[in-house]
Design a protein around this ligand. Structure first.
Ligand SMILES: O=P(O)(O)OC[C@H]1O[C@H](O[C@H]2O[C@H](CO)[C@@H](O)[C@H](O)[C@H]2O)[C@H](O)[C@@H](O)[C@@H]1O
Ligand code: UDP
Length: 518
């Protein structure tokens, strides 16, 4: 009998790792399996970068116990990492979404601390690190994404010191007073410090992280740079080659790189006649109200959906607007539905929607048009075009791509963006109407101001917002990050207002520079 050796895995020079793949394995009710685009801002953001670099994407296919070989999807090489039903329960729904997610979002919901969830998180991070190591060629650039994989940089550095390792955190990094609750706070910091560059959405997040490093590890930090001693095995250093005299440390950069969207593609869609026609139809289906307010969110307690419903309901109660004049369209896309906090939230939101519609609706018209679904992108663009006011009331949000997508679609320089100051996007989108969503009166005031804003002011504000989003699109985001990661970037070549704080010119990865198409 001839035994064939398994084929050597294909290796890549650029590897992205994220919890979710850019495609989801979906089983239809008739039992047929197919691949669908998976939801969420991360996927939207990284797709164009992957295509430009012909790299590989390592991640989970969205279903339990799927053992799949690597395959190609839309020109992207996909390397699936299997998760068992127990991994999903403990690593994904548990530690990622019921411990880290609430902890990193201002403890809006109570984080649950369970030691078996942590053990599962360590195991799954190990599986991801092994999968990345297996497909990365010598000296490859690896870009690890998000809070689900914070231990991967250190694990990779231990096993593959030849790699250049970047990490980007898509969600906020909490202030030390909150972060320090985490029983595994030191291990997470050590995990992240395995990277050469650690990116955050906001300057405040990067500052929170470097403060945690000082408090927990005592390593010196200066601006965006952290000196990690080469003899400290807790951060997986094991110097690659001899320790240089006079520099017994690696320099890790921790700074902000605000993520963005593929603005051109949203603008292109917004100009398509069929999408413009669909926007008109949406208005008609809603009974042609004078004004449409739009909210689009995953059904997540961080998004402040209850706060916006409260403000909207009170405006109707006060008689400041009538249900016939203004309709609130709320898209609440299903998310993490097996996590208890998310189930409770759904009940709470749907009760509020029912009350408002019951109190202020008529037979022919509901003031809140509520949709518990996830729409494809063309429908999203039509909704953005149909909306006079976009309402983003996040209580805490890493970035909020929806705000940027709304701006990118408004080729008519019209529409008003109301934006929470607790969303990362508010650092850039200063000409939005910025609100504190906890201040219900302030929120009501902003809604009325948006509804009555003169055309000239809407135009001036929208033009300024659009300039920002088009100048700082997702390509600028990934170029800025990869330029710093690969040592190809000089401070002056990066957008001054993205990277305006101090950048240490000596701060280069330990491995030799490697070229990547950014
Ligand atoms: O994968 P899920 O658990 O279904 O969640 C979807 C994604 O949500 C999070 O998005 C974050 O990243 C966005 C892009 O940077 C940012 O705009 C937003 O503020 C963040 O919340 C999460 O970080 C992703 O990992 C999830 O895939
Ligand atoms: O029905 C929906 C709702 C949302 N989205 C997309 O999901 C992403 C949400 O990203 P955001 O950063 O606003 O929040 P996240 O869900 O990642 O926390 C955006 O690209 C939206 O266009 C979508 O395609 N269909």
């Amino acid at each position: 009998m001839t035994v064939q050796a398994p084929a050597a895995p294909q290796r890549y020079s650029f590897v992205v790792a994220s919890n979710r793949l850019p495609v989801d394995r979906v089983i239809d009710p008739d039992g047929t399996a197919r691949w669908a685009n998976s939801p969420g801002g991360l996927v939207t953001a990284l797709e164009p970068v992957m295509r430009a670099n012909n790299g590989a994407w390592v991640g989970w296919a969205g279903q339990p116990d799927l053992q799949l070989d690597p395959f190609e999807s839309d020109g992207i090489s996909i390397v699936p990492v299997p998760l068992t039903a127990d991994d999903i329960r403990m690593y994904y729904e548990g530690f990622s979404n019921d411990t880290l997610w609430p902890l990193y979002h201002d403890v809006i919901s109570h984080p649950q601390y369970h030691r078996e969830w942590w053990d599962s998180y360590v195991q799954v991070n190990r599986r991801f690190a092994d999968a990345v190591a297996e497909v990365s060629e010598q000296g490859a650039v690896v870009w690890v994404q998000d809070y689900q994989l914070q231990l991967v940089p250190r694990m990779l550095r231990e096993d593959r010191p030849d790699l250049t390792i970047g990490f980007f955190n898509h969600i906020p990094f909490p202030p030390y007073g909150i972060y320090s609750q985490l029983p595994w706070r030191t291990q997470i910091i050590e995990g992240l410090l395995g990277a050469d560059v650690i990116g955050f959405q906001r300057l405040a997040d990067a500052n929170n992280f470097t403060r945690a490093v000082r408090r927990l590890k005592g390593f010196p930090t200066k601006g965006a740079t952290i000196e990690v001693p080469l003899i400290d095995e807790s951060v997986g250093v094991r110097a690659h080659g001899p320790i240089p005299e006079g520099k017994p440390f690696r320099t890790v950069i921790a700074r902000h790189f605000p993520i963005s969207i593929d603005a051109d593609s949203f603008e292109e869609m917004a100009r398509r006649p069929e999408i413009i026609e669909r926007a008109r139809q949406i208005r008609e289906e809603l009974g042609n109200p004078e004004r449409i307010i739009l909210g689009v969110d995953r059904l997540d307690y961080t998004k402040g959906i209850a706060h916006r419903l409260k403000a909207f309901g009170e405006l109707l109660r006060d008689g400041s607007m009538t249900a016939g004049e203004v309709t609130l369209v709320q898209v609440a896309s299903p998310s993490r539905e097996r996590v208890e906090a998310y189930r409770q939230l759904r009940d709470e939101i749907e009760l509020m929607v029912g009350r408002i519609n019951g109190d202020y609706g008529t037979i022919g018209h509901a003031p809140v048009s509520y949709h518990h679904t996830s729409y494809p992108r063309d429908e999203m663009v039509a909704l953005y075009l149909a909306a006079d006011v976009m309402l983003v009331t996040a209580l805490r949000d890493g970035m909020n791509l929806v705000a940027k997508e709304y701006v990118a679609t408004r080729t008519d320089d019209d529409g008003v963006l109301i934006l929470s100051e607790f969303a990362g996007a508010s650092d850039e989108l200063k000409r939005a109407l910025l609100v504190n969503p906890h201040d219900i009166d302030g929120l009501k005031h902003a809604i009325l101001r948006a509804l009555h804003m003169p055309r000239a002011e809407r135009r001036t504000r929208m033009r300024s917002l659009r300039r920002r989003v088009f100048e700082h699109d997702v390509a600028a985001w990934s170029s800025a990050f990869l330029a710093v990661l690969t040592g190809n970037g000089h401070a002056e070549s990066l957008q001054a207002d993205i990277l305006h704080d101090e950048l240490d010119e000596d701060a280069q990865p330990e491995t030799g520079p490697m070229t990547i198409d950014v």
